[in-house]
Design a protein around this ligand. Sequence first.
Ligand SMILES: Cc1ncc(COP(=O)(O)O)c(C=O)c1O
Length: 392
Amino acid sequence: MSIDSNYFSLLSKLPPYVFSVVNELKYSARRRGDDIIDFGMGNPDQATPKHIVEKLMESTVQGKNHRYSVSAGLPKLRLAISDWYKKNYDVQIDPDSETIVTIGSKEGLSHLMIAMLSPGEVVMVPDPCYPIHSFSVLIARGDIRPYDSFEENEMLNSILKGLKKNPKPKALIISFPSNPTTQTVNLEFFDKIVEIAKENNIVVIHDFAYADICFDGYKAPSFLQAKGAKDVGVESFSMSKSYNMAGWRVGFMSGNKEIISALRRVKSYLDYGIFQPIQISAITALNETHDCVDQITQTYCSRRNRLIDSFANSGWKIKKPDATMFVWAEIPDKFKSLGSLEFSKKLITDCNVAVSPGIGFGKNGDNFVRFALIENEQRILQASRSIRKLSL
Ligand SMILES: Cc1ncc(COP(=O)(O)O)c(C=O)c1O
């Protein structure tokens, strides 16, 4: 028997991972000894706050925490999630039926698609989008229908247009503050989305990974604050960014009972819950005051300011984002015709600066590159000096 690439039919449906092209260039430059300033992946560079790590250590030495845990998440963690929603958004979440703990948001979103979709069913996804928004649909054997995800009205029009096409979509994925575009919205936008969902009988899945990473007085609304949101959808939150817990793999999904129950059912066959000390530490994180979240947000805010100001001094004017740990930078006119992949390659080879090419997030992203704010301010300044070689 020969096992060739045709054997794995799913894999041929998954698009090539554009980021690996840039990563390869980055690794070979590093092997040559070049100092690459790496703004590529949204992987927080700072440690998890001390009190959360201490809770992990304390609970890890207790043998009772070494057993299989609960797939849906510890009841006390679900209670902490419910309190978190009440405290931060004045939203009521029943800890037993309206929330579930996930192994990071990627896992939750992916298994939700498996729970929801039959082969060929359509989900509307943003273009550009965080890759799991489309990959999760494809992995569940569904089809994606991208909508333009830049400015609010354009987005609503594009969603409405997509909803009219056949086959009729089953769900709509939205995510604000957005990775990669950094676009933010207000609660009225979510009210409109709920209205559209009700009129068109579709489910809404809101990815709220950057809930806390907001600047200059902007506070991102929760989708679940919109009137009637729980009738039509769910929201996923990640501990990865707000608490620098990316490697811990913990998040949660909350909202509509039926959707949460479907995800719970699928997960009950597949996992036994996250390592219990991690769940216990997540309770500590959510129950504590917001000091550590504020400090993490402040670090991204200072880096954002440093990048925008120093790059402007080097001739690259970039729009200042209101939220997220990213800067979504339009490619300067001089290099726009290169497209984002070639321009990203140029940034590595000419300037020792690594970014993510916008095309990796969808065809609408090709005029942009994304900077993840995971280098310190000193290194950001170094990058801004380095890009002067491009004579922008
Ligand atoms: C929009 C968005 N959703 C989800 C994730 C992944 O979150 P998690 O680490 O919880 O899987 C990220 C990570 O970059 C993200 O940007």
